[in-house]
Design a protein around this ligand. Structure first.
Ligand SMILES: *Cc1c(COP(=O)(O)O)cnc(C)c1O
Length: 387
């Protein structure tokens, strides 16, 4: 049995009629940038999240970058974020000329640690990027409280959390600004790059609408040095088809997660879910000491897994010289032990049971005696793509 980490071909075959129709409609119309599909998608996405505005952009990275720009974050400012995240969260801060200030993650859920946030706030701090890693809600209640006391903006990096909830609110609608990515493998993905910014702040929304389109307030009238960062009509049309399935697909992801939760060996460490939240399991992460052996063992049985993420951001080449002295023990531990098991809406119960059996038997047998192996040999060549 070959079990892939994602299966976008299967998804396309399932949606084929609607997707083909949506694409054809755009092609026949011949309008590809900032047209009806984008407008309709933005309206539908804002509605889905319960916010006043959704402004689509070219990627999740641009969503973060343009949010920081619109908030006026720039050179000399500091922005707090977890070091255990996808590098894009930090790059957006660098790209506005501000300084990323890394904090550690909490031991129980590997999400940004509110206690560490408080320790890192200085006079220069302008914002906190709360990353809802894997589709789990960061502790937005505590983060908002801290932000209020210190007058900081909260930017939600919801690139992995389309449809996730905290209390009765959608993730992304809780901070000043929420950022989403439509990278193809995200819970809501385009067939190319894309992203969106959501906010209920009218002024911010207006600024971003100008920034994403060459700084123009109308055609050929620019009032600032803006960018070219837009979602195109084809992607918007595709996203409109897929949005109809988001809740159903997230529900299926939760069903799979429940199977993993109840049947995986108790030796496998799992994320502790915040009581008031509803996760969407973009990733199903487990944390095991001999991670690389388990990964190799699963690969030998035809099961694809990925590590999210093997290197904390402060150790990446761009940042490592600036953060030599600081220690982030929980993030390092997470990077050493994390393994993401297959989870996507097109996996069958039979396939999930097979993954569970393989993980459990590897943990019981060879895995116990083996030495941990080198990462390079553990990664199957086909797995060198990110989700
Ligand atoms: C995917 C992702 C991004 C970046 O999105 P792109 O669309 O690939 O630019 C940012 N943050 C997190 C946490 C992500 O997973």
């Amino acid at each position: 049995m070959i079990i892939s980490f994602t299966d976008l071909q299967k998804e396309y075959l399932f949606l084929k009629r609607d997707i083909d129709f949506a694409i054809e409609k755009v092609l026949k119309k011949g309008n590809f940038i900032l047209g009806e599909e984008v407008e309709a998608f933005e309206y539908e996405w804002a509605n889905y999240l319960g916010v006043a505005h959704a402004v689509s952009v070219a990627s999740g990275t641009d969503a973060l970058f343009l949010s920081l720009k619109a908030l006026g974050v720039g050179p000399g400012d500091e922005v707090i974020l977890p070091t255990f995240t996808f590098i894009s969260s930090a790059l957006a801060i660098s790209h506005v000329g501000a300084i990323p200030v890394f904090v550690d993650v909490s031991e129980n859920n590997f999400l940004i640690d509110p206690l560490d946030i408080e320790k890192k706030i200085t006079k220069k701090t302008k914002a906190i990027i709360a990353v809802h890693l894997y589709g789990f809600s960061a502790d937005v209640q505590k983060i908002n409280k801290i932000a209020k006391i210190h007058k900081l903006y909260v930017i939600e990096d919801a690139a992995q959390a389309h449809g996730a909830m905290f209390e009765n609110k959608k993730i992304g609608s809780i901070g000043e600004i929420g950022c989403f990515s439509f990278y193809p493998t995200k819970n809501l993905g385009a067939y190319g790059d894309g992203g969106v910014i959501v906010t209920s702040n009218n002024t911010l929304a207006k600024k971003i609408i100008i920034l994403r389109n060459y700084g123009q307030i109308k055609k050929y009238v620019s009032i600032t040095d803006g960018y070219n960062s837009r979602l195109d009509e084809l992607q918007a049309a595709i996203l409109r088809v897929k949005l109809k399935y988001l809740d159903q697909w997230n529900k299926r992801r939760r069903e799979i997660a429940e199977m993993y939760d109840s049947k995986l060996s108790p030796e496998v460490k799992r994320i502790e879910i915040n009581n008031n939240s509803l996760p969407v399991y973009h990733i199903y992460p487990i944390f095991v000491s001999k991670r690389d052996i388990l990964m190799k063992g699963l690969a030998n049985k035809g099961i694809s897994t990925i590590i999210h993420y093997p290197i904390p951001v402060h150790h990446q080449n761009v940042y490592k010289n600036y953060y030599k002295k600081e220690k982030f023990p929980v993030s390092l531990e997470a990077a050493k032990t994390e393994l993401s098991l297959p989870i996507h809406p097109f996996l069958s119960n039979l396939e999930i049971d097979h993954v569970i059996d393989c993980v459990n038997s590897l943990i019981r047998s060879s895995y116990k005696s083996g030495k941990n192996i080198k990462l390079e040999t553990a990664i199957h060549p086909k797995e060198i793509y990110r989700t």
